[in-house]
Ligand binder design. Structure first.
Ligand code: B12
Ligand code: SF4
Length: 465
């Protein structure tokens, strides 16, 4: 647990544990909760701030609140924890002197109204770091905070949603990272151990209709100044850095500058980034420069294996770009995490085709999500979806089915998902790849963790289909 020196207002910042229904992939990746550290950074000079990461340590939140008596509880949430947050808030409000409860995070950024409940006092959806600081300053000075922009506050039975205000990325803070040092070794992505997280840009200018990320940041794409990013990277002791931008490889000019700065400052890191296959296919030379600057892994939304489906979802990349990406990454020895989508309307033949594609292209690192219509996306609007008042938001873990598969039983569908995940470890060339990347010990750990994730997958599905 992290806390700053004694200041007037006590603020507990909490990342809740995963809802019990969540199919845990935590054995394969767990990321530094940068959002908690950002909140610490902008608040610890005006309040006494404690950070609690419920995903790396077992925490009894209620007991923590009874013991420490914070006046403010800040909760961070994604879509899968909307119900859990509502339940937590309800329980906490039953305590004798409950704190004010504020919520933020990726889902609140697009759909703050999903958190409007009688037990929650405020929801932050834009320029959140500035907004929360304004609110805390107002509380400290005993002023009203209900007009603060970028947030919605409960007034009696209704929520008043204030206007948005522009984020000034020139001023965006460089986060202090107390949790990263305290939980050394607990944040990792597969074989990238002890991994820090950095965010350099917000939103994405592409137009994929299933994508939630491009709806964040008020549907705009904006970037932090490069000099601040380089200072931040320089200040991180960890070798591995996961850049959590939705799309890091966008501007060739900026990426050239990035490479130049890495060299000039003599920085030696390994970077894992998200990118599109169109960019990688278009700029193989720049990819080589980036590799020399430390780019070690790219996570690329391949999504589907035919152009018609890619075009139908307005994916700006074509199958030929995916093919070129496989080739370029292999030549440059960059880890390629290919992100695929599975459509519950597929027949066995279509699943077999995908399995064949993975095998024939020798793809060893891949994820398979169930094509999910996330609220707030273009797809959600196109399909005229509506959420039920008692919607089970924990189902939105991007794996679970939301409809009966067209040609398969539910079990049949999930067996395909499992098979596709296990495919690389079932092949000798896949094993050889892992051995080369992580050695015997690392490979055994990854295989053991995959096995545990598989057991967890079916255990959770049998309890909560
Ligand atoms: C890294 C990442 C992960 C990491 C975990 C990261 C984490 N910190 O918990 C891993 C890989 C484990 C992961 C898992 C999952 N993820 Co994820 N993940 C991301 C990714 C790529 C970046 C998130 C990040 O680190 N951002 C950096 C931090 C600093 O920004 P932030 O969280 O948005 O917080 C900012 C503000 O919101 C504010 N803030 C945050 N909390 C609060 C609270 C208060 C009170 C206030 C005032 C402000 C505030 O502070 C920050 C200031 O910039 C996003 C994509 C994206 N564009 O966000 C997807 C994303 C958030 N993930 C998503 C999903 C669905 C999941 C999973 C449920 C399923 C899955 N298969 O991926 C699981 C759930 C795990 C969980 N923790 O509950 C979705 C969420 C959709 C939604 N509507 O909520 C996203 C948007 C991707 C997508 N496919 O659309 N994820
Ligand atoms: S490229 Fe990626 S982040 Fe950008 S809109 Fe498409 S899916 Fe979303």
């Amino acid at each position: 647990m992290i806390h700053s020196h004694s200041k007037p207002l006590r603020i507990l910042v909490f990342r809740p544990p995963l809802p019990p229904q969540t199919i845990r992939m935590g054995a394969l990746f767990n990321c530094e909760p940068l959002e908690l550290e950002y909140l610490y950074t902008v608040l610890h000079d005006i309040a006494d701030v404690r950070l609690l990461d419920g995903q790396v340590s077992r925490t009894d939140l209620k007991q923590e609140i009874i013991n420490w008596q914070p006046q403010l509880l800040l909760l961070t949430s994604m879509i899968n924890s909307v119900n859990l947050i509502a339940e937590l808030a309800q329980q906490i409000k039953q305590l004798p002197q409950p704190p004010l409860i504020f919520v933020g995070g990726p889902h609140a950024e697009v759909l703050p109204e999903h958190y409007f409940s009688p037990h929650i006092d405020g929801v932050f959806f834009n320029n959140q770091l500035k907004a929360i600081r304004e609110v805390v300053l107002a509380i400290n000075e005993e002023r009203s905070f209900q007009q603060v922009k970028g947030a919605a506050f409960r007034i009696g039975d209704t929520f008043l949603k204030n206007e948005v205000w522009p984020v000034d990325l020139e001023e965006f803070p460089i986060p202090e990272r107390p949790l990263l040092s305290q939980n050394r070794g607990k944040y990792f992505i597969l074989h990238y151990e002890d991994c820090a997280t950095v965010k350099t840009s917000f939103g994405c200018p592409e137009k994929c209709t299933f994508c939630f990320c491009r709806k964040m940041n008020q549907e705009a794409y904006s970037r932090r100044p490069l000099s601040a990013i380089m200072d931040e990277i320089e200040s991180i002791p960890n070798e591995n850095i996961f850049v959590v931008d939705d799309n890091f490889l966008l501007s060739p000019k900026r990426l050239q500058e990035f490479c130049t700065e890495i060299e000039r400052r003599n920085i030696h890191k390994r970077f894992i980034v998200y990118a599109t296959s169109r960019f990688i296919a278009q700029y193989p030379d720049l990819m080589r420069q980036l590799r020399d600057a430390g780019l070690s892994a790219v996570m690329v939304g391949f999504e589907f294996i035919d152009d018609a489906t890619l075009a139908a979802y307005q994916k700006g990349s074509a199958l030929a770009d995916n093919e070129a990406t496989i080739r370029i990454c292999r030549e440059l020895d960059i880890d390629l995490f290919a992100l695929f989508m599975l459509d519950p309307d597929w027949s066995h033949a279509q699943f077999r085709k995908l399995a064949h594609y993975i095998r024939s292209r020798k793809i060893y690192l891949a994820t398979f999500g169930t094509l999910t219509t996330l609220p707030g996306t273009d797809l959600w609007l196109q399909e005229e979806m509506e959420a039920a008042p008692d919607e089970a938001w924990w189902r939105y873990d991007l794996l679970r089915l939301h409809q009966q598969p067209k040609y398969l039983s539910r079990l049949g569908y999930y067996l395909w998902v499992m098979y596709l995940y296990l495919l690389p470890t079932l092949r000798t060339d896949g094993l050889a790849y892992f051995l080369r990347r992580s050695g015997w010990k690392g490979s055994l750990r990854i295989m053991w963790n995959s096995f545990l994730a598989g057991i967890n997958f079916f255990y959770k599905l049998s309890l909560w289909p």
